[in-house]
Design a protein around this ligand. Structure first.
Ligand code: NAP
Length: 306
């Protein structure tokens, strides 16, 4: 029995060494250098080349190297196997730190002062009055985000697929309650998974539901946003600004209109990056669970796609 690491865009020496320490007797190989594909029973996967997982005939389970699984499930040749994802307090902490920074950026109008600096304009302005915030998605990251901003004094609305209860947060659920969840928000934070239901959810109809002058932060997945509708909402002033960490196509191509739009801030998918040192233990545990035929920790609902 062996483990394959199928993560083409990352140096894997550290992950391989740390996993080897946790599982000293298990061979851990880096794809595509797999000596005996038939020996591989567990694969750690992220942005895998199409067909790479299917080329391992005796897999028992898969582990995403990140919190999301949309990129893994988009491979049509993927065998239907138990799939776990990363849930890590360090990842949540990183996301909260990013969101706190972006919230302060807009509240203090640093976006405006940055534009003014380019024209040598000295025009003081008091902070934006941001009082209501809506978090789309109340999962691991969305719940922590809602509670963080609640503690900062925001009135917080949260929106999820199934009804939820969260102390101090106004919870809404399902398509029929989306307008009520977002309609009063000054700041919207998208933390939904990308699924067939959420693709292009942030479209022209969605932007029309918002309070004029709202600000969007998308740290979930690019394909949840209809790009043309976003640009139209920014150009009309329906949205005052958008901070985007994720994109339909990554890296964002140099010609893309987002790069040069004055109301868009771009970060290169860095809001919460998996740290090898904090996730090795859960990967090793899931490998051992798969060997014993047990369910995985943080297993994904394949039917729902998240
Ligand atoms: P999660 O725990 O799976 O939570 C997902 C939340 O979205 C749940 O509250 C779920 O509702 C809700 N949801 C799913 N489908 C919905 C729908 N159709 N309508 C309304 N609500 C829906 O996910 P997470 O760990 O918080 O992560 C969220 C996403 O963040 C990930 O999928 C990933 O794409 C992204 N992410 C990005 C970065 C980055 O660096 N930018 C890092 C980590 C994660 P229920 O509660 O009813 O199930």
């Amino acid at each position: 029995m062996s483990i394959a690491l199928i993560i083409p865009d990352r140096k894997l020496d550290d992950l391989q060494q740390r996993l080897q320490q946790a599982l000293p007797t298990t061979p851990i190989e880096i794809w595509p250098d797999i000596a005996k594909p038939e020996h591989v029973t567990f694969a750690v996967v992220w942005k895998q080349p199409t067909g790479s997982v299917a080329s391992l005939p005796n897999l028992k389970a898969l582990q995403s190297f990140g919190a999301g699984v949309d990129g893994i499930l988009s491979d049509a040749s993927l065998p239907r196997l138990p799939l776990a994802r990363i849930v890590d307090p360090a990842l949540t902490e990183a996301m909260l730190s990013y969101l706190a920074g972006i919230e302060a950026y807009y509240r203090l109008r640093l976006d405006l002062f940055q534009q003014q600096q380019q024209q040598a304009l000295w025009r003081p302005k008091s902070p934006r009055r941001l009082s209501t915030l809506c978090v789309l998605g109340l999962g691991e990251l969305g719940t922590a985000t809602a509670l963080h901003f609640k503690a900062q004094g925001y009135q917080v609305n949260g929106w999820s697929r199934r009804p939820q209860q969260l102390a101090g947060v106004h919870c809404f659920a399902g398509t029929e309650q989306l307008a009520a969840a977002v309609g009063s928000a000054d700041l919207l934070i998208c933390l939904l998974p990308l699924t067939a239901q959420t693709e292009n959810l942030l479209n022209a109809d969605f932007f029309a539901m918002l309070k004029p002058g709202a600000i969007l932060i998308n740290v979930a997945r690019g394909a949840i946003v209809d790009e043309q509708a976003l640009l139209a909402a920014l150009d009309s002033g329906q949205l005052a600004a958008a901070c985007l960490d994720v994109f339909r196509q990554e890296p964002l191509v140099a010609e893309h209109a987002f790069w040069r739009h004055p109301a868009i801030m771009i970060t290169p998918h860095i809001s919460a990056v998996t740290k090898v040192e904090t996730v090795v233990a859960q990967i090793a545990e899931n490998y051992q669970r798969s060997c014993q035929g047990q369910s995985l920790v943080n297993e994904v609902d394949l039917q729902q796609g998240y």
